[in-house]
Design a binder for this molecule. Structure first.
Ligand SMILES: Cc1cc2nc3c(=O)[nH]c(=O)nc-3n(C[C@H](O)[C@H](O)[C@H](O)COP(=O)(O)OP(=O)(O)OC[C@H]3O[C@@H](n4cnc5c(N)ncnc54)[C@H](O)[C@@H]3O)c2cc1C
Length: 243
């Protein structure tokens, strides 16, 4: 599968640019341990392991840990981890000029199976290494290396680009895609806790969807009508199902 309109972004660099453009103050190395609520139930900021930060609104953008932050605010949000590995090759002269997916990728993304799934996605980078993704498994927060997953990734990539059989893989990395049971993110205000907003659960598309989500959250925070109806992303939609 070739998507001619596909683009590429280095997430850490994109985050640094967005941060600079926003003029926001970034405080790192603090864990949010609680989200205190006032008498009417409204959030009052966050409690961290290094003191309280008072605020009229709190945005839960804790990715795979979004469910924990929700619990710390006294609400439930069933965010779960979907493990994925990526193989990174040694730097190569440019031979893979755009991202190539095997067509079964789309089916794997939508699948509810807990078993290992690997549909190859191969992309070159400006620095030379080729990125080979991506596996999907529901194994909780297990970070241990899985040789079956890595073998399947390598085999899928060499099927698409036979010359990769001669190329060395230098490293691999693992991550956990944050997903909700219906595979849609939670975006917007939480009616159960005034002042609390959620922006998490974007599964395997959270980098691409980051700026769009940020815009929707900014609109919700400033009382504007969001560009997109947030109904499908309501953070309390799973509470209703359980009742
Ligand atoms: C193998 C793999 C391939 C992927 N490929 C793509 C892709 O091609 N395109 C794409 O768009 N997406 C892709 N994704 C998905 C993407 O990585 C995620 O959707 C995205 O990173 C989620 O971003 P986030 O900001 O919601 O969460 P994160 O990036 O996980 O950020 C959450 C932050 O919250 C912090 N945090 C958690 N708990 C607390 C606490 N109690 N107190 C303070 N801070 C806390 C964490 O430290 C972390 O910094 C991929 C994921 C994997 C695993």
């Amino acid at each position: 599968m070739h998507y001619p309109q596909d683009t590429q972004v280095m997430p850490a660099l994109a985050a640094a640019h967005l941060l600079r453009a926003s003029n926001a103050r970034l405080v790192t190395g603090r864990e949010v341990t609680a989200v205190p609520r006032g008498p009417g139930g409204a959030v009052r900021g966050v409690r961290t392991d290094r003191g309280d930060i008072h605020a009229l609104a709190v945005v839960n953008a804790a990715g795979t840990w979004g469910g924990e932050i929700a619990v710390r605010a006294g609400v439930s949000l069933p965010v779960l981890p979907r493990r994925g590995f990526v193989l990174v090759t040694e730097p190569l002269p440019p031979r893979i000029r755009h991202k190539v997916y095997a067509a079964d990728y789309v089916g794997d993304v939508a699948s509810d199976s807990a078993a290992l799934q690997t549909s190859p996605v191969v992309e070159g980078t400006p620095a030379g290494p080729v990125l080979i993704g991506a596996s999907r498994e529901r194994v909780g927060f297990d970070r241990s290396l899985s040789l079956p997953a890595l073998r399947a990734l390598a085999a899928g990539a060499t099927d698409l680009f036979p010359f990769l059989a001669e190329v060395r893989a230098l490293r691999t990395y693992v991550g956990f895609r944050p997903y909700l049971p219906d595979h849609l993110p939670a975006i917007g205000p939480d009616p159960r806790a005034p002042g609390l907003l959620h922006a998490c659960g974007h599964e395997g598309a959270g980098i691409g969807l980051a700026t769009g989500t940020g815009r929707l959250i900014a609109q919700a925070l400033t009382g504007q009508v969001p560009d997109l109806d947030l109904g499908a992303f309501r953070p309390d939609r799973f509470t209703e199902e359980a009742e």
